[in-house]
Design a protein around this ligand. Structure first.
Ligand code: AMP
Length: 496
């Protein structure tokens, strides 16, 4: 089984229908896409042997879809690189993955070439500009024969976003990605050939994972012309294309709501995840757009597939449901373990672990990290959480983010949730700072125009006294990485 089968099936069933779009413009049908992919795959086979890693570094653009499937059809490994990374970070990923070839947009190629030279003198893989003459010439190659691939073969090296340290390459096989695909269709969204996937988030990461499930159902792949996320352009595309679905990070959902525009006519599903969505923000989003939201909780190590909430689960949901990350996904076994490895009881917080076909086989070239993350058949997520009696999992924080003050565990998310209900708070992030008396104290970084006294009073009415921040830092913006995730380690470093 090879993920190319997904395209093969779409082309057989929906050959003449539009497949890939740039903005409103149709670029090819499913049959044409299949043909392009097989030609591109044949041209790759001329210089890349089976199992070679091929990196793709580009803003969102339509060619990413054909490159992804051509790399699979050539039985090579797709290594997407987030376009917002610094060229030095990109060079690190190229080096770590041992990529033999890099496809890059013209802008990225210009910065990446010198960075690669500096990082890996003499051993740099060629960087080919997507859409340039050499790229176009590849389509003159005769189509490749269909692959017959061991499902365990590596398909995608998924570099984690590295909020807690250096990015690692999660090894995902064809089987892992097929399990993810099937679970998405079973649990989260059920598109058909009259639907569309609008790529709002980076296709190197979140949004790219959604290509396969939507393609399997013959739904259009729509890449915004801007190549990035512009709320007005995104909403306009959701109005234009039928049955529009998208994956967006929580901050992107917030930006949509801030436009003040109504829900586009054909908006079907916005899947959110990859970071905390606060209850207050979700309620505002539901008020603005209606019940179009579905949630996923996953990580590169178990791509988009640990737990989730359907659209219907958001309707009339109480705070405990909206504040949760939902329940175990189809085919996944999810548990919460204590430090000694025993199962935590209902309501008891421990480390979230999971197992199932979507879980990676380990980290590329990093046996030590693989051994500490995959133990006893479980993937240790590094996230802390607890189950309620109905099987809803509430995620607290990354284990490294828990604040231990005077011997009590304080979960920053709980404090952040309450801070965000204050009208003067736009964004909030809570971290621990070293303290000689308490071990750590709670510090809140706040964007907004509330003052410390008002926030303190607000918290006193709502959560235990010991959880209140001992210090408030008012800032213009929170530091975020290129995936929009708040960099807690950077905030912590400001406090030492
Ligand atoms: P990444 O591997 O970059 O996708 O990051 C995965 C991490 O993002 C998870 O381990 C969680 O800490 C966080 N995350 C993912 N989905 C959610 C969600 N729905 N709610 C809160 N945090 C999430």
């Amino acid at each position: 089984m090879n993920l190319f089968d997904v395209l093969d099936q779409a082309a057989a069933r929906f050959g003449d229908r539009g497949a890939v779009f740039c903005g409103r413009r149709q670029l090819c049908t499913w049959s044409q896409l299949r043909d392009r992919v097989l030609r591109l795959a044949a041209s790759l086979r001329h210089h890349a042997e089976r199992g070679s890693r091929i990196a793709v570094a580009s803003e969102n653009r339509p060619e990413i879809v054909e490159l992804m499937f051509a790399i699979w059809a050539a039985e090579c490994v797709f290594v997407p690189i987030n376009y917002k990374l610094h060229p030095r970070e990109m060079a690190d990923i190229v080096g770590d993955s041992g990529a033999s070839h890099v496809f890059a947009s013209a802008t990225i190629a210009a910065g990446l070439d010198p960075a690669l030279d500096r990082a890996r003198a003499g051993q740099t893989p060629p960087v080919e500009v997507i859409g340039a003459d050499t790229y176009t010439a590849r389509f003159g190659t005769d189509p490749a024969t269909l692959p017959d691939t061991d499902p365990e073969q590596l398909a995608w090296l998924f570099y984690t976003s590295g909020t807690t340290g250096k990015s690692k390459g999660a090894m995902l096989s064809h089987r892992n990605l097929m399990a993810m695909t099937v679970a998405h269709l079973a649990d989260i969204d059920d598109p058909d050939e009259n639907c569309s996937l609008i790529h709002g988030a980076p296709m190197s990461h979140g949004s790219g994972l959604y290509v396969a499930p939507y393609m399997l159902r013959g739904a259009r792949q729509v890449v915004p012309e801007s190549g990035s996320f512009d709320p007005a352009e995104f909403l306009e595309l959701c109005d234009h294309h039928p049955g529009a679905s998208a994956f967006l990070a929580p901050t992107m959902v917030q930006r949509l709501v801030e436009t003040g525009r109504p829900a586009p006519q054909s908006l079907r599903t916005i899947v959110y995840g990859g970071g905390p969505m606060y209850v207050d923000s979700m309620r505002k989003a539901l008020d603005a757009f209606g019940p179009v939201f579905a949630q996923i909780y996953g990580q590169g190590e178990s791509p988009m597939t640990i737990t989730g909430l359907r659209r219907a689960d958001h309707v009339d949901a109480d705070d405990s449901v909206l504040g949760s990350v939902g329940y175990a996904r189809s085919g996944m076994h999810v548990a919460v373990l204590r430090n000694d490895g025993s199962h935590a009881g209902i309501g008891e917080i421990g480390e979230i672990v999971c197992r199932g076909d979507a879980v990676m086989s380990g980290y590329w070239n990093n046996p030590a990290a693989s051994a500490s993350t995959l133990r006893g058949g479980w993937l240790y997520t590094g996230d802390m959480g607890s189950f309620d009696e109905r099987g809803y999992l509430t995620l607290r924080d990354r284990s490294k983010d828990v604040v231990i003050s005077g011997g009590s565990n304080i979960y920053p998310r709980e404090v952040e949730e309450v801070l965000l209900t204050h009208p003067g708070v736009v964004e909030a992030c809570v971290v621990g700072a070293p303290d000689p008396d308490w071990g750590e104290i709670v510090v809140a970084f706040v964007v907004g125009d509330a003052d410390a006294g008002a926030l303190d009073a607000h918290l006193l009415e709502r959560i235990a006294r010991f959880k209140r921040p001992k210090r408030y830092e008012f800032v213009d913006a929170l530091p975020k990485n290129s995936y929009g995730k708040v960099l807690k380690r950077e905030l912590r470093s400001r406090l030492t």
